[in-house]
Design a protein around this ligand. Structure first.
Ligand code: ADP
Ligand code: ZN
Length: 210
């Protein structure tokens, strides 16, 4: 089963991807996390990606597509995977088709822009495993410590009020058209983001069962 999670930055794609991963035992692949990992390691892809990410712009397709290709050929992807943050534009969706990846379902998590801005301001991210938290809505069990791996939580370089505005603009212009793209293939499922993360998870898992 190959799935795609769509949604604005901060809509909760990563959190839902992790919930699906746990429920279906398939890996959750976040291109944002892969790119941040490359930046940390100082790889050529990471060096090229950093300025785009800090500005809230999309990283050029050739870089992201290569990073994704390398990930999905790994053994743990044989039974399927969840893509979080890819594709982010129609050309990327076409690249995915060219790779021979068949997508079963696409879940779009809908959250208003005002709420997105509030959420990003309180977001904390584990720099080791990429898990994401919110200071009030989804706090870790121990302050500033990742529940999953025990590492310190940080504020991402691009989680600033200025950058989030460009990221939302990019989302509406370049990523949102993917909803009609996948709707026309009969694959789109809309999930409305709820106040409580657990409620969104319940809706997401239910959508996948049906
Ligand atoms: P969010 O969904 O919260 O914006 P991500 O971690 O998915 O966070 O993405 C962070 C940044 O990484 C994006 O703003 C963009 O610069 C880059 N990025 C991630 N995935 C892609 C992609 N598929 N295409 C282009 N850029 C990407
Ligand atoms: Zn962690």
């Amino acid at each position: 089963m190959n799935l795609i999670l769509l949604g604005a930055p901060g809509a909760g794609k990563g959190t839902q991807a992790d919930a699906i991963r746990d429920a279906f035992s398939i890996p959750a692949i976040s291109t944002g996390n892969l790119l941040r990992e490359d930046i940390k390691l100082g790889t050529p892809a990471g060096l090229k990606a950093k300025d785009y990410m800090d500005a809230g712009q999309l990283v050029p397709d050739d870089i992201v597509v290569d990073v994704l290709k390398e990930r999905i050929v790994q053994d743990d992807c044989k039974k399927g995977f969840i893509l979080d943050g890819f594709p982010r534009s129609i050309p990327q969706a076409e690249a995915l088709e060219k790779m021979g990846v068949n997508i079963d379902k696409v879940i779009s998590i809908e959250v208003d822009d005002d709420e997105i801005i509030r959420r990003i301001a309180g977001r904390r991210t584990c720099s080791a495993c990429g898990a994401s938290y919110h200071v009030t809505d989804n706090p870790p069990k121990h302050e500033n410590i990742c529940d999953r791996c025990g590492s310190r939580l940080t504020v991402r370089d691009d989680d600033t009020v200025e950058t989030i505005k460009s990221r939302l603009e990019v989302y509406h212009k370049q990523t949102e058209p993917l909803k009609s793209f996948y709707e026309s293939e009969g694959k789109l499922i809309i999930v409305f983001g709820q106040k409580d993360v657990k409620d969104t998870t319940r809706l997401t898992l239910k959508a996948l069962e049906g």
